[in-house]
Write a protein that binds this ligand. Sequence first.
Ligand SMILES: *Cc1c(COP(=O)(O)O)cnc(C)c1O
Length: 396
Amino acid sequence: MKKLAVHGGTPVRSSMLPYATQSIDDSDVAIVSQVMRSSYLTQGPWVEKFEQAICDRVGANYAVAFSSGTAALHGAYQVAGLGPGDKMITSPITFVATSNAAFYTGASPDFADIDPNTYLLDPTCVKSGMSDNVKLIAPVDFTGQPAPIDQFKSILGEERPVILQDAAHSLGAIDQGRPVGKIADMTMFSFHPVKQVTTGEGGMIVTDNADYAKALVDFRSHGITRDSKRLIENHGPWYYEMQSLGYHYRMTDLQAALGCNQLLRLDEFLFRRRMIASTYQQAFANLPGIQIPTIREGAESAWHLYVIQWRVGAFRVSRKELFEAMRAENIGVHVHYIPVHHQPYYQKNGFAGKTYERAESYYLQAMTLPLFPAMTDQDVTDVIDAIHKVYNMHVI
Ligand SMILES: *Cc1c(COP(=O)(O)O)cnc(C)c1O
């Protein structure tokens, strides 16, 4: 058995492999340079082009770009009517932004437990956590796998809350033949550098609802409208009205041009991600101490993250030591996510003592392995070799 790097052995590779990184090429650089010499730097023609390109890609009627996915969530929750006294429910296994945005509106976030196999928010757990003041549900397409939106719709019935799909991980994913973006009432995409395509920072809401789209456009720009049909007065060509309280959440044309160009390579990125994920699935399928991801029937994941679980009881050491051993081999493993209700701010705001059994168990065992389109076959082999090395050393 090879000596682990953490015990002074030679690491599987000599340089750290990150868990994720953006793919930027010369054409990305060229398009942003071109926009820098044009008359628009802030929101301009490229933002509209990017919104149209995302609509075309996912089959949605409207898209509204934002300065970040978090700003987009804030907008979506606001236009869905979330406010003081209201509640929204999401998964505890998400990035803090999903639930933080509820606080921004004055509402309270709440959580429901996950499915133990897919790690997605479980519709039956949401159903049992329902009350009259729940105005919005935000299932998360965790790791890139679409959340079961159809099941949420059927279990919650006719008088259901608004469903916002947090698709920060899942641009390009498919559910029962439909692209993510065409399924929920509103869908949020993020363009942070680790996500499927990047604009540096950026986000977007897509929807088929014209009223939501109109309200989102106002919300991202101070609540100001210039639409002559909606003005209460009209003093002349300079005139605009601030009719609601909005924010300054606009995307720049520099970002949108980068987004348009990145989108041209989305299929290439997805293809590579799916290939790497399937190599991992095969490589770890016969290791009984490791639980590999389960994909729902009829779902095609965009494979933003590849998460394994080191089964409690199968190893002589804890997940923390397994994590340190992987890092010492120069594999940039990560953990997604620390359950949101564990965060000190949430502990101080009503979640002290709250537990969600499956989310807690998931958190004790989870580890994210590197997965990004620019990984070479050798990188993938290094990850697999390191897993086997650490596994064989510590398995009972
Ligand atoms: C990245 C992310 C967000 C927030 O997106 P930003 O663009 O970083 O603001 C929200 N939810 C999830 C699940 C994410 O991964």
